[in-house]
Design a protein around this ligand. Structure first.
Ligand SMILES: Cc1ncc(C[n+]2csc(CCOP(=O)(O)OP(=O)(O)O)c2C)c(N)n1
Length: 281
C-alpha cells in the first residue's frame, strides 16, 4: 500500500507543479513513479540518494516533506533540477548530465571510510550512460569496492535523442559489477530487485547496477515549446499512448491490489488523502 501511496503522491505533485507554470525548466517524472518508489522504499533512511534534473519523485519516495520540496521548486530558475533534503539523505540533485555518479562514489567512499554502513544510490538517465563520468565511476566503484547503487532509469530517450543501445546494465559486466534489468513499470519488481541489490552491496561491499526500463509520459520538459516536439515524431507517439493506456505503473499496481482483495474504496481513500495533501501545498 505504501508503494501505491508514494506513486500517487509523486503523480499528483508532478501534475500540480506542471499547472503552476513556474519560472525555469520543469522535468516531470510522470510514468516513471515505480522506479522512485521501488528503489527508495528498499533503501534505509540513512542511505544517500543523488538525483538529477528529474528528481521530484526520488525525493518524495525517500520521504522528503512535500512542502519542503515545493518550496524549493517554487524558487524557479532551475531549482526544480537542484532539489535536496539532507534530513532524508538526499544530498543533492545535479542537472549536469552524468555528474551524479562521481558524487555517489565520493559519498560511498566517505561512508566506507567512516564504516557507517550507508549506501549511496544515484539515479541517472540512459543519456547519462553515454558520459565518461558514468564509466569512470563504475571503474572506481569496482576498484575501491564502494557501496554504490547505480540506478539507470531507461526511459529510452535523452531529450529527443533515441539511442541505439538497449541493455545499459551490461556495461557493468566490463567492470566486474553485478547488474540486472527490471520492468520499471512494475513497482514490486523494482522493489524486489532493489532489496536483493542492496543486500548484495552490504554482503560483498561491491557496487551494483540496476537498470529499470520505463517511459516518460510527458515531453522532456513542461511547456509549449517542448510540447511541439511531439509533432516531430522523434519517438513513436502511438507507443507512448499504448504505454499510458496499458503500462501506467499506478494502474498496474492498483489492479494487482484489487485482485489481491483490497477494495476499490480503500484505494480511493488513499487517492483522496494524497490529493488533499498536494492541494494543501
Ligand atoms: C553534460 C550535459 N549535457 C547536456 C545537457 C542538456 N540536457 C539536459 S537533460 C538532457 C537529457 C538527459 O537524458 P537522460 O539522461 O536520458 O535523462 P532523461 O531526461 O531522459 O530523464 C540533456 C542532454 C546537460 N544538462 N548536461
Amino acid at each position: 500500500m505504501n508503494k501505491l501511496r508514494i506513486m500517487i503522491r509523486i503523480r499528483l505533485f508532478e501534475e500540480r507543479v506542471a499547472r503552476l507554470k513556474i519560472k525555469g525548466p520543469l522535468h516531470s517524472c510522470v510514468g516513471q513513479e515505480a522506479v522512485s518508489a521501488g528503489v527508495c522504499l528498499a533503501l534505509d533512511k540513512k542511505d544517500f540518494i543523488i538525483g538529477n534534473h528529474r528528481s521530484h519523485g526520488h525525493l518524495i519516495a525517500k520521504g522528503s516533506d512535500v512542502k519542503h520540496l515545493m518550496s524549493q521548486v517554487l524558487k524557479g530558475n532551475g531549482n526544480s533540477m537542484h532539489v535536496n533534503d539532507p534530513s532524508i539523505g538526499a544530498i543533492c540533485s545535479t542537472a549536469i548530465v552524468g555528474s551524479g555518479p562521481p558524487l555517489a562514489c565520493g559519498l560511498a567512499f566517505a561512508s566506507k571510510f567512516k564504516n557507517d554502513d550507508r549506501i549511496a544510490c544515484v539515479f541517472l538517465g540512459d543519456g547519462a550512460v553515454s558520459e565518461g563520468t558514468f564509466h569512470e565511476s563504475l571503474n572506481i566503484a569496482s576498484q575501491l569496492r564502494l557501496p554504490v547503487l547505480f540506478v539507470i532509469e531507461n526511459n529510452k530517450v535523452a531529450v529527443t535523442t533515441v539511442p541505439r543501445q538497449h541493455n545499459y546494465h551490461r556495461f557493468a559486466d566490463s567492470y566486474g559489477i553485478s547488474n540486472i534489468k527490471v520492468d520499471g513499470q512494475n513497482v514490486e519488481s523494482v522493489y524486489n530487485a532493489s532489496v536483493d541489490a542492496i543486500r548484495l552491496i552490504h554482503n560483498t561491499g561491491m557496487p551494483f547496477v540496476l537498470e529499470a526500463e520505463t517511459i516518460r509520459f510527458h515531453e522532456h520538459q513542461e511547456g509549449a515549446y517542448y510540447e511541439k516536439m511531439k509533432e516531430t515524431n522523434y519517438r513513436d507517439n502511438k507507443e507512448i499512448e499504448d504505454w499510458i493506456e496499458n503500462r501506467d505503473p499506478i494502474k498496474l499496481y492498483s489492479d494487482k491490489l484489487i485482485k489481491g482483495g483490497i477494495s476499490v474504496d480503500e484505494l480511493a481513500d488513499i487517492y483522496s488523502q494524497e490529493k488533499r495533501l498536494i492541494n494543501s501545498l
